[in-house]
Write a protein that binds this ligand. Structure first.
Ligand code: CIR
Length: 256
């Protein structure tokens, strides 16, 4: 169960955010705000308290708050984002995280280690960590050491084709895992019940489970149906403006 969610409002500067898909065009800020409102409403329907942080114009990608930290039931790990324009975002989260975690529960990924929360997938007390362009070997080493100190465990999953681990694979509890692309055949995930996500709907591999409901991006009917068929109540949220910046539903919040 999750009790809390932290989100950060998108800033006007989001139009300058990092993207691997400039052909999709720049995000429309007003529409992104409306979609963010709808996202917050969906979160509230899942029965969590939502902490809403003000937009920060200094960091175009700062609405993707997931990358700044990993919040577990034992500890909070402040990340060190591998994207140069995003590194400063992580420490700015500290005052908010301190409202929920005591000082001895707060840990940090330090240089030369890099890590972004989008590369971390929680399955119970185990955490899969994608080794990506943003999360390096040293970051993973530090992260696993911290997890073990707090009675948790972690393992590395190399990835090649996507930005973050959770761009392509997401755990939605009850042994069910949404898998797309390179993750379909990964031995690490063999033991889970695969909900296969086709290339055509690959963006919708990034869904979030919150207290037995699953929030799914709008416009991916096959994935939506598969999740419903697996027995979940589905809430739809349009994320078109965030997709233009390689961002999905999980990227927009910290859930704990
Ligand atoms: C970035 O490239 O960092 C942002 N434009 C997108 C971050 C998406 N975050 C995530 O997958 N957790």
């Amino acid at each position: 169960m999750f009790q809390n969610v932290i989100v950060k409002r998108p800033c006007k500067a989001m139009v300058e955010g990092i993207t691997s898909a400039p052909e999709l065009g720049k995000p429309i800020y007003e529409l992104a705000l409306k979609q963010h409102d709808a996202y917050i409403e969906a979160l509230k329907k899942c029965g969590v308290n939502v902490t809403i942080l003000e937009a920060d114009e200094n960091y175009p990608d700062s609405c993707f708050v997931e990358d700044t930290a990993v919040l577990t039931r034992k500890c909070a790990i402040i990340s060190n984002p591998g994207a140069g324009t995003r590194t400063g975002e992580a420490m700015l989260m500290l005052p908010t995280i301190k409202k929920f975690f005591s000082d001895d529960q707060i840990e940090y990924i330090k240089e030369p280690g890099t890590m972004e929360g989008g590369d971390v997938m929680m399955v119970g007390d185990h955490f899969y960590i994608g080794r990506s362009a943003r999360t390096n070997e040293e970051g993973i080493r530090q992260f696993i050491e911290i997890l073990e100190k707090h009675g948790l465990s972690g393992s590395e999953v190399p990835l090649e084709h996507v930005l973050h681990l959770k761009t392509g694979v997401n755990y939605i509890e009850n042994n069910n895992m949404l898998v797309s692309g390179e993750f379909v055949t990964k031995p690490d995930f063999e033991k889970y019940n695969h909900i296969l996500v086709s290339e055509a709907e690959a963006y919708a591999a990034n869904c979030i489970w919150i207290n037995d409901k699953v929030i799914v991006p709008e416009g991916y009917p096959t994935v939506e149906k598969a999740i419903k068929d697996a027995g979940y109540e589905v809430l739809l949220v349009d994320t078109s403006e965030y997709k233009k910046l390689d961002g999905g539903l999980s990227c927009l919040s910290l859930r704990f």
